[in-house]
Design a protein around this ligand. Sequence first.
Ligand code: ZN
Length: 244
Amino acid sequence: MPQRNTEAGDGPGTGKGAERLAVTLLLTPLLIAYHTQMPDSLSNMIACPKCDALHNVPRLSPGAQAKCVRCGTVLMAPRENAMTQIVMLATTALILMVAAVFFPFLELSTHGLGRKSSVFDAILAFSDGLMLPLSFAVAALIVVLPVIRFIALIYVFAPMALGWSPARHARDAFRLAEAIRPWAMAEIFIIGVAVALVKVAGLAQVTLGPAFWAFVGLVIVTILKDNFMCRVTVWQTLNARSPS
Ligand SMILES: [Zn+2]
C-alpha cells in the first residue's frame, strides 16, 4: 500500500508539501514587492502646480533643483539646513508679530495735536455695532492666522531640525499651515497701509512707529521662510520619518 502524505504538516522533503513550499517561497517576495511598490510608485509622482504635468521625481541632494519639463516651474529645491532656518525665521516672525501688534504703529499730528495708534487699536476701532465682524476679520487675517501658521511650522520643523522623529500629528500641523497660507495676509496689510499713507500724508504729518518697521521685517522674514521651504521635500521627509 503506497504511503499517503498527510495534507497538512508535511516536512519540506515530502512531495506535495515541498512543491507548495517552493511556490510560496517564490510568490512571497513577488507579493511583498507588489504591495510595497504600488504606493511607492505613486508617492514618487508629483504634479507640476502650474501645468499639471506628472513627473517621477528622484531624491535630490541639497542644492539641486527639479524643474517641470513642460513649463520650467521649479518643482523641488531642497536646501542644506533648511529646517533649522525655517524654525529660526518662524520664531523671529513670532517675536516681530508681538512688537508689530502692541507697539505704536503710526503717529498722526496736525495743528499741534498728535495721536499714536497701534495695530491693536486699529482692530478695536471696528469693535462697536455693525462693524464688529470686520474687527474679527482684521484680527484673524492680520494677526491670528499668521501666528497659528508660525506656531504650526515651528511644531513641525523644530523636532526634525534637531534630528528627532516628527512630533505627533506633525503631518496634520503642516497640512493646516499650508491650508491657511493664502489667508495669512500680513503683507497685504502693509501694502494697504502704504497706499493709505500716501493719501493721509497731505492732511497730517505722519510719523512711522516701531511697529511699522516690525511689520516690514515680518513681511521680509515671511517671504524668506516661504522661499526656504521645499514642500515636496518636506512631505517626503515627514512620510519617511513618521512612524506610521
Ligand atoms: Zn509645468
